[in-house]
Write a protein that binds this ligand. Structure first.
Ligand code: BT5
Length: 316
């Protein structure tokens, strides 16, 4: 949000404050004050006009709007937000921004019409979900990049738990809700990380998060679940803020990622089938390594898998 608009908002939050007083204080014209107020209203802020001036509805949590300025307002992490009502894929837009040199920008959309999962699989993104892509330029070697993705999964899972959902992580970065005790689950969220760089340096990294928030199960593919189906609707503005704040904490403390991931993961201890390039590994998942690779105990000994599609199986 631009500096002046933020200053207007802060004064309105402490208000009521009159238009002329705001104009004097911020050294802008009254017409400019009015424009800022209207823009903030368009962004979803509840601004009342009272006899003694403008005032922001005191309880910021009543902002049910979902927009760039609304998400940036009160966000305690250094990201700017680009919001779209509808877009093809937030990851595609984030890649454009990354290629243009941007950093710490988050592209958020209410609806996506051409979203992708891994391996070019389609990702259903109707209006009502949380579809977002974070652009970062981390100064870490590419081999440590999976920690960023795990940090994203940790951030989403923690936030979903705060909202009351019994969420857990399926290796490497699916967020699931277990169904019963025999390894069955529904998928709540998925993460798609894309990056560019050289062998020793990451140029940019885009982490796309797709979380089924305020959506009914009927509007989602078989096997999916949503926050609405589990516990009811969430305030997506607050949800996105919490995810970004948690992600920001973990990316600045990568050592904390794997321990946090372990605490939230459903995979260790499960019988799994992992599809890796041209082979399939079946066995019992033991743990993850310090870099987030999965250790699987198979009939032919232990295998470590750095990437692949993992399925939890019923106990043998
Ligand atoms: C993923 O892929 O789980 C990563 C999904 C990432 C989506 C985000 S949304 C914001 C950003 N912009 C994008 O264009 N993408 C990212 P994968 O593990 O390949 O899972 C894909 C599979 O999940 C599909 O083949 C379907 O079976 C299933 N699926 C599709 N849409 C789903 C949904 N909304 N909820 C749960 N499962 C879904």
């Amino acid at each position: 949000m631009n500096e002046t608009r933020r200053a207007v908002l802060e004064q309105l939050a402490a208000g009521p404050v009159s238009g002329p007083a705001l104009a004097d204080d911020l050294e802008i014209s009254r017409a400019a004050v009015w424009k800022h107020v209207e823009a903030l209203r368009d962004a979803g802020f509840e601004i009342e006009s009272t006899g003694s001036g403008y005032r922001l509805d005191a309880d910021a949590d009543t902002i049910d709007a979902y927009s760039g300025p609304a998400i940036e307002y009160g966000l305690e992490a250094p990201f700017s937000v680009e919001f779209h009502e509808t877009i093809g894929s937030t990851n595609d837009r984030a890649r454009e921004l990354a290629a243009a040199g941007e950093s710490d920008v988050v592209v958020v959309a209410d609806e996506q019409t051409g979203a992708r999962g891994r391996l070019e699989r389609a990702w259903d993104s109707p209006s009502g979900g949380v579809w977002m892509s974070v652009v970062c330029r981390p100064s870490i070697p590419p081999a440590r990049a999976p920690l960023y993705t795990l940090a994203g999964a940790v951030a989403v899972t923690q936030t979903a738990r705060e909202a009351g959902v019994d969420a857990a992580i399926k290796w490497p970065n699916d967020v699931i809700v277990p169904v019963g005790d025999d390894g069955a689950y529904h998928k709540l969220a998925g993460i798609l990380t894309e990056m560019e760089g050289e062998t020793d340096r990451i140029e940019w990294l885009v982490m796309g998060i797709g979380l089924n928030a305020n959506l009914s199960r009927e509007s989602l593919p078989e096997g999916a679940t949503s926050v609405r189906a589990e516990v009811g609707d969430v305030d997506r503005r607050i949800f996105v803020q919490r995810v970004l704040e948690a992600f920001d904490e973990y990316r600045s403390d990568l050592e904390a990622v794997v321990p946090a991931w372990r605490d939230l993961a459903a995979t260790p201890g499960q019988r799994v089938r992992v599809e890796v390039a041209d082979t399939t590994i079946v066995g019992r998942a033991i743990d993850v390594t310090d870099r987030g690779a999965l250790r699987v105990e198979t009939d032919d000994g232990e295998r470590t898998v750095t990437a692949g599609d993992c399925e939890h199986l019923r106990p043998a």
